[in-house]
Structures are given as C-alpha cells and as structure tokens.
Design a binder for this molecule. Structure first.
Ligand code: GLA
Length: 728
C-alpha cells in the first residue's frame, strides 16, 4: 500500500480506490503531489512548477528566485521562515523566536496502525487492514523532530493522519500550534461543505464557494460544540449527493479545534485541522514529545452519499468499540421531557408499568436523582442517590422485573456551587483565583486536568455502578469551559489546561468503559454539543439534539448523517406541542422521523390516548423488525431536508435484499405538487415487494422510474414509510 520511490523521492500511498502522493523536494521540503482516485504509477514531474513570484522569498542561501516555500504545495508548513500562508507548526523557543522550518530526515513503513496513547482514534483489528508511514522531519536550529504519520486502510478510501513533535534540545520550548494535518491543493473550482449550528439546531449542512482569504471552522468552547462540528469537506463544484469528488476531513477530538481553509494568492488551497491554537501553549521539556489528535480523511468519487457511506462504516466498525458496537440498540423511554426533575418513586414506577406493555425495552432515569437536586441549581458533583426522593435499587429492580433494562443519567465533568463536593474542594473548579467565575446553567466545570479530580468522580460513579444494576449511562455535559485555569499547574503551563482537561475526560471514560464493559454509554451535551468522533470511541451513541420537534429534527438528523452512523444517532418521539417550537406534528410523523435513527420515546406514556398507545405498539414492533437495517444498513439521502419541502431517506441492507424508504413532506400546498422519488443503490436485477402496497417492482425500476407520492394527501408534516423486500 505504501511505497517510496528512491529515485524520484516520491512517497505513494495507494489502495484500490485512492492514491496520495508527496515527494521530498529540494532542500528536504515535503511537497504535496496528488490526492484522488488511484493512479497506477507516477511518471510526472517530481518538481512543482517554479515561478519567480514577487514578494515570495526563496530558500536561505539559495540564488534560485523561482523556488519559494510561499507557493509550493507542502505537506506541513513551518512558521515565519518564508511561507506566508497559515503554518501547521509554531514553536516558541527560549530566545523568543517562533520560527519553525522542518526538513526531511527519515521514514518508516509499518504494517497496521500504531496506537495513540490517551487519545481516541480509528483502529485496525489486524495488521493487514492498514499500513502506516511515519516521516520524520527535523529542525536543526530548534533541535526538534516532527513525525508525520499517515495510515492508509487497505479496503477503505481512508487516510488517517497525526503529528508528533519531540524536543531533542537541552531547553524546554513551547508548542503553540501543532496541526494534526495539512492538505495543500492546486487551484480548482471547489466548494466547502461544513456543519455549523447552535444549541437545539445542531449540524446544519452548509455549502459555500471557497474564495481568496481564510475561512475558519472552530471551537473555543472546550468542547467540539453545537456551533461547529470538527468536519469539513472540499468538493468539486459539480459534486452532489450522488456524483462528484469529495475530500473530507474529520477530527477525532472533542475539545477546542480549528479547521482553517486558506485560499492563497494564486487560489491554491490549504486545509489545516487540529487542536485550536488560540490560547494553546504546551511546554515541552527536553526529551518529551507532544502528540496531536487524529484526523480522518475520506475520499469519495460518488458524491456526499459516497462519503457518508465510508464515514458510517469506519466510525461504526473501527472507531466505536465494545460489546455494543455491533449490537442492536434497545428502544428507550427517557423520563426527561415527561417529568424533568419533578418525579417521585411512584411516577417512575408508573412510567415503567405503562411502557412495558408497549414493548419498550429500556427505562432511562434522567437528571435529578442525586444529591439534593430538584432543579438545575445544585448537586452536580454529588453522585449519590437522593434517598429522600427515590430508592434507586427499587427503581432498578422494578424496571428489571418488568423485563426492561435500566439506564441512568450522569454529568461527571460538572460541579454545582451548592454541592458537598464544592464545599470540600472549591479548588477543584476551573477558575482563576481572584476572578469571578462565569456561571452557565448555574454550574461550574471541574478541573479534569488534575488526576485527583478525575479519581474523585471515578470513585463516586463506581460506587453507584457497583451497587445498582445499571445497563446504560447517559453522559451529559451541559456547559462550556470558561476561566480555563488550573490551580495545580505553574504559570507557564496554563496554556495546556483545555487540552489536559479533555484528556482527563477521555481517561475517565476509558476507565469506566473498561471496568463496566456491559454498559451501553450514550454521550450528550445539552443535546448535540459534543457529537464527534472522539466521544464515539468511548460511547457508541449520541443524543444529537434536545430539539425533538419532528420538522426541525429532519435537518438535524440529516446534517448529522453526513458523517455519523445512524446506530450512533438517537431519536425520540416526544409530546406535542413541542417544548422547543410549540409545533404540533402527528404521532406518525414524530415516529417516522425518530425511527430513521436509533429509536426511543421521551414522553409520559401515562398521558397517551389509547389510540396513541396503539401507535406506539405498532412503531415499536415495526422498529424491532427493521432496526438491524436502520442501525447497520447503508444510509442515503435522496431528497434533502435543507433544500426542499419533500424529504426522502433510504436504508439499504449490505446484501441489497431489503430497503426502507422514509418520505416526509413539511408543508401542504394547493399546488398538489407531483413528487417523484428515485431510490438508490438497490440491485437493478432484483425484484422488490413494497410492504405498503404489495406491489412488486424491479430494482432498476425503483431507481430509474421512481415512486410517486400521493399529491392529494392533505396536511402539514406528513410521512410515509415503505419497506421493500427482495422477492424471487
Ligand atoms: C441536557 C440533555 C437533556 C437532559 C438535561 C437534563 O440538556 O441534553 O436531554 O438530560 O440535560 O438536565
């Protein structure tokens, strides 16, 4: 998969679908040559075209005015040494300089994929699945090595990257920026696809043209955030869901990140992705190294749906881990929207008793069971049962006796001022002594850069989990980081705290999933404030939004689907009028939207009418029959919730013997629009029977002729679901 041509000095990473090439240019600079569909060999010019470009300087001591770092496509650029574009690495040395100029030193090709310590990552199950190239560069003035790591998967159009810097000098220096990767491209007519959002409106797919200048997608919130997902895709102008080239980058990281896209003086493109360098500085002592998070790169020639398929398989099969990775996920009922924190033992028992005959498989007790918490002003950090309110053993036993699983909510990274933990350890909070602490949801953030703080929370959670039989944990995180400062670190290491904090979060998660391998974990951060590949490494599913309005969920789930597998995307039917939008949608529509993800309910089953209960039973039975297909099938966006009134999504089983088609219409109109939906990725030679009409169609027919929706169907927010099964 990986070769090095000694003569041309070209590294070639190729599998059956993609090639990625770069060379060692004059002076030991790494020059990017090609990234795209597989090429059989490289016979082109090793050198990037040279031009004497005004105000682009040349290499030190070189009289060649045509060779400049400033317009060379590079693999990883230094700072303040001749490339005026954004640097990938900035190091501040003892003398105050921030110059980096790393040149080629050596390389190594390794079978498999080396593990990154303490960080989430994609993995392999055998060394035959991938090959890894480690290229070492050296800056002789700083006396530092830089190791650029590239792993190419054998059977996936995927290259993962990361970088590590090693201090080989006798003095400490400060790493002020170290990108996980850089991708330089020659001028093309590209667009950018990315996923901005906000609380309750997460991951809204957006597309824009790339213009000269710098565009930044980032978070400085201490979490990957609702506001911008750590994902970007550079696509050809003519790329759509089904056709065209896509170069996508996803960071496997849950903290402050920055993805910058620069279009330079001649419209060449540079994409940088990594830890956000704002407020970042890492002291590296002699002999120490600093490791970046991983970036996953996916190349698709089959449009955005093609990219999605690759991400879904990789994240589901080689990022998510544990017992639940490949297992069908239970249908949940969560009490949050039904009761918030206003519950007592009798209410919980009633929810379980009502949910059981409906076929629901798990009851999740959300916020408000611990400390003395009855509203969100207290008790975070006190992870012991509020025995005045409930007997947790009893709740768990009642749920298990009803034949259901039992899940519990935690928010481990947080602390309330009104808590025993705060009284005992006010210094455990991220804060700067002498400065007021920003409150959000009336809570503060624990300083997880300190191992003793992580230990404290670990021990408290273990006590509960050892004592009560718990099958599932919802892990929440309901605010972002402010006053990021740790009492435990010296002044010159305060720039490390945001990253150290997230490493502490990861370490707590790792310890818990290792100790409780049977528990199904679901991450959450006020909905989808940390829906990223980093957390997926620890928790195979994620609550993508607190917004359960069926109409708004269409866009949230569609945006999320761009990258994240449907087994990880959870969707619950909630009551109407919706708590966020006051919109009323039918029970069927709410069910059909939630069933296109990992399904559940978030309502008071006691408040349902008999007709609604009958619908729940139907939905539950339907979902149980088809959840393998939804959670582990291939997902395709056919008609987009972002661009039209009519939405269609499809799931196809890997062997193409069955498919589910979800169709939604937002608003009704007297235009009686004629809408034709063409299915995708079926087997053209197979025949499929539609479970709704009983009609049999050829796969070729469904994909080319398509299906019409009933234009006379009146009303807003309506849905149709068709199941197609192969018939001989
Ligand atoms: C967050 C979550 C909700 C719920 C509440 C509880 O907002 O996203 O689902 O768990 O916290 O406080």
């Amino acid at each position: 998969m990986i070769t090095f041509d000694e003569q041309q000095k070209v590294f070639n990473l190729s599998n059956s679908s993609i090639s990625y090439l770069f060379s060692i240019e004059e002076g030991g600079l790494l020059s990017h040559l090609y990234y795209g569909p597989t090429i059989r060999g490289y016979h082109g010019e090793r050198f990037y075209p040279r031009v004497d470009r005004g105000f682009s300087g040349n290499l030190p001591n070189s009289m060649d005015r045509t060779y400049s770092k400033d317009d060379l496509l590079q693999e990883y650029s230094g700072n303040n040494t001749g490339d005026f574009r954004l640097p990938a690495v900035v190091i501040k040395t003892k003398n105050g300089a921030r110059m980096t100029d790393f040149r080629y030193h050596s390389y190594k090709i390794i079978d498999g994929k080396p593990k990154l310590d303490g960080l989430p990552q994609s993995y392999v199950e055998s060394d035959q699945e991938a090959q890894t190239l480690e290229v070492t560069l050296r800056d002789d003035v700083i006396k530092a090595d830089l190791v650029l790591t590239y792993t190419i998967y054998r059977d996936r159009p995927v290259i993962t990257r990361n970088a590590r810097v090693i201090n080989r000098s006798d003095d400490a220096f400060y790493v002020e920026k170290l990108a996980s990767m850089q991708l330089d491209l020659t001028k093309q007519d590209y667009d950018l696809v990315y996923l901005p959002g906000q609380y309750g409106v997460e991951r809204q797919t957006r597309r824009k043209s790339i213009d000269q200048g710098i565009f930044e997608m980032s978070s400085r919130r201490g979490a990957s955030s609702h506001h911008m997902n750590p994902f970007a895709a550079i696509v050809d102008k003519n790329t759509d869901e089904f056709h065209g080239n896509v170069m996508a980058t996803l960071l496997v990281y849950s903290g402050n990140f920055k993805i910058s896209l620069e279009s330079d003086q001649i419209d060449q493109i540079r994409l940088l992705a990594g830890i956000n360098d704002d407020n970042f500085s890492w002291k590296l002592n002699p002999g120490e190294s600093f490791q970046t998070p991983e970036a996953i790169n996916v190349y698709s020639t089959k449009g955005l749906n093609g990219m999605t398929k690759v991400f879904h398989h990789l994240l589901r099969e080689r990022v998510a881990r544990g017992k639940w990775r490949d297992r069908q996920r239970p249908i949940i009922i969560n009490n949050w929207e039904a009761t918030e924190m206003n519950f007592d033992a009798a209410k919980l028992e009633q929810i379980v008793e009502e949910a059981k005959p409906l076929g629901i498989e798990m009851f999740v007790l959300d916020d408000g069971w611990f400390g003395h918490r009855n509203d969100d002003n207290s008790s975070l950090g006190d992870w012991y049962v509020n025995t005045k309110k409930i007997d947790l053993h009893k709740v768990a036993n009642q749920t298990h006796d009803a034949g259901m699983k039992f899940g519990l909510w935690f928010e481990p990274e947080m602390i309330s001022k009104d808590s025993d933990l705060y009284k005992a350890h006010p210094d455990y909070v991220l804060h700067e002594p002498g400065r007021g602490m920003t409150l959000a949801r009336n809570q503060l953030v624990l300083d997880f850069s300190r191992p003793e703080v992580v230990d404290n929370i670990f021990n408290q959670i273990c006590k509960i989990l050892d004592d009560v039989d718990i099958d599932y944990i919802k892990w929440d995180c309901n605010r972002n980081l402010t006053e990021v400062y740790s009492a435990a670190y010296p002044a010159n290491q305060e720039g490390e705290i945001a990253h150290r904090h997230i490493l502490g979060v990861y370490s707590l998660m790792e310890r818990l999933i290792e100790r409780y391998p049977d528990i199904l974990f679901e991450s959450c951060s006020g909905g989808g404030g940390r829906d990223d590949a980093g957390l997926l490494y620890y928790m195979p599913q994620c609550w993508p939004s607190d917004n359960t309005d069926a109409n708004e969920r269409l866009r949230i789930q569609e945006g999320t689907s761009l990258v994240y597998p449907m087994s990880s995307v959870t969707g619950h039917v909630s009551a109407v009028p919706n708590g966020h939008t006051a919109r009323i949608t039918s029970f069927k529509m709410r069910g059909d939207v939630a069933m296109s993800s990992t399904f559940g309910y978030e309502l008071d089953p006691g408040a349902l009418t008999d007709a609604e209960k009958a619908q729940v039973k139907e939905q539950v039975a339907f979902y149980k029959k088809h959840r393998q297909l939804v959670q582990f099938g291939n997902f395709y966006r056919l008609q987009s919730a972002f661009t039209g009134n009519h939405v269609a999504w499809e799931f196809v089983s890997p062997d193409k013997s069955e498919a589910l088609l979800f169709m939604y219409r937002k608003l009704s109109s007297v235009r009686y629009e004629i809408v034709n939906t063409k299915m995708y990725a079926l087997d053209p030679d197979k025949n499929y029977q539609d479970s709704v009409t009983g009609k049999v169609y050829g796969g070729d027919e469904l994909m080319n002729v398509g299906l019409f929706r009933d234009p006379t169907h009146k009303g807003d927010f309506i849905s149709e679901v068709h199941y197609f099964k192969e018939v001989k």
